[in-house]
Structures are given as structure tokens and as C-alpha cells.
Design a protein around this ligand. Sequence first.
Ligand code: NAP
Length: 251
Amino acid sequence: MKLAGKTALVTGGSRGIGRAIVHALAKEGAKVAFTYNSNAEAANALVKELELDQREVFAIQADAADGAKAHELIDTVVEKWERIDILVNNAGIIKDGLLAAMSEENWLAVINTNLNSIYHYCHAAIRPMMSARKGRIINISSVAARYGNPGQVNYAAAKGGLEGFTRCLAKEVGRRGITVNAVAPGFIATDMTEAIVNAAGKEIQKQIAVRRLGEADDIANAVSFLASDESSYITGHVLTVDGGLTLGSGM
Ligand code: NAP
């Protein structure tokens, strides 16, 4: 088990990609705390499932945009488990719409949840990681940051900001034994993408080199590697995990 004895916090860990990440880290032996926003039932079901498997895990309701809560939660993990080794900033939402019709509310909701949360959780975790002189931070981005999508100026701006943040922080803390990376998923079948899959799943599949939609486990496997000691020479990197969706059509 490559994460035996490590401690981790995953934001938005109750469903979708976050849930698969919680599973993957716990399976590799890490103690895992995770947050959710509104669906306590899904969070509790995951805790029960992992406890039955003898894993050490707990869930806390925390809006990712709430900075005070981020600090409180990191303090809880450090008090309970003595340190925080792995932070996965996964919580994210979409509020799609063309710019001409996008309300300030929908702009700010996405920026607060998908970008400002990265500041809050990294800010809270970085001091204990620096004291321990080790740590792994993995931020979940999206291929939309680089390629853009109509209707997603808020989402792509947040994810693009996240990627810039990742590179800067990697340079700040590399000498302290902390790596900071991002994973950019392509098209992954979760609740977030359910409506698009139902409407155009077959068409999207044709644009993906490996000819299938991504699964949450595809992202969790990449995160599990970046969280491990095996990735110690990788930092400031954005790892695209998209089955070849963004390779383009060639010449
Ligand atoms: P999802 O299925 O909608 O799950 C989102 C998770 O985040 C849930 O556990 C949810 O908890 C939690 N969450 C939502 N808002 C939150 C908030 N304000 N504070 C704390 N937790 C919150 O989404 P997903 O598809 O797994 O996406 C996970 C991440 O991957 C996101 O950052 C997303 O941008 C990124 N991503 C996804 C895809 C894709 O194709 N699915 C592609 C690229 C990037 P509750 O149920 O309690 O709200």
C-alpha cells in the first residue's frame, strides 16, 4: 500500500470524481477526511462503506468557498492525525451560460467554489506541510482551462487560475519537500456531466481517442500516483487525463 500511514483531505469527496479519489487513497492505506456541501446522505454512505472495509475516514460538511471552515478543518485533521500529508482540491461546480446572459451571481459562485477554495485550503495546509517538510497538493482542473468551451467563461477562468496558482505554489514550496500539481480531466461520467452524456454521449465518444467516456477511477488513479512518494520529482505539472480528447484531429 503506497500511502500507508499518510493522512489526506479531499474536498468534495462524497460523489463523482472526489468519491473515487477518497476510495483510491483509502485503498492505498491513507487516513482520509473529506468534505461535502449539501448531500449528507451520500457522504455518510461512503464513510460507512469504507469503515466496513476497516479504513479510517471521516466526512465534514464544509462549503469549499468558506475560508474559516477550511482552516478549522485542516486544524482538525492535524490535531486528530498529527499532520496533513495530502491535500486534494476537488470540489467544483458548473453554472454554464453564455457571457451575454451570465449573471454576476453565477460568475462569482463558480469563482468562489472552484478557485477561491484553492487559496483557502492551500493557505490552511501549507504551514503544517512546511513544518513537516513534506506534502502533496493536487488540484483538480479541467481541459476547459486550456481549450475553452462556449458557455464556460466562469468555469474556464477558475480552472485557468487554478493552474497558474499550481505553478506558482510549486515554485514557492518545492525546496520544502512539497509538490503541487494539477490533474485536468477530460469528459468524465459523473452527476456533473449526466445531462450532456444523455444528450450527446455517443457523439462525444467519437472525439475521444480511446473511444470511451472517462470514469471517475481514471482520475483517481492519477491522483493516487501524484499523492505517493513515487511522484517526488514531478511538480508544477498539469496532467491531462482525457483519453486523448484534446489531441486534435492532426494534419
Ligand atoms: P460532481 O459529480 O458534481 O460532484 C461534486 C462533488 O463536490 C460532490 O461531492 C459535492 O458535494 C461537492 N461539492 C459541490 N460543491 C461544493 C462546495 N461548494 N463545497 C464543498 N463540496 C462541494 O462533480 P465531478 O464531476 O465529480 O467533478 C469533480 C471535480 O472535477 C470538479 O472540480 C470538476 O470541475 C472537475 N472536472 C470534472 C469533469 C467531468 O467531466 N466530470 C471534467 C473536468 C473537471 P454535495 O453533493 O454535498 O454537493
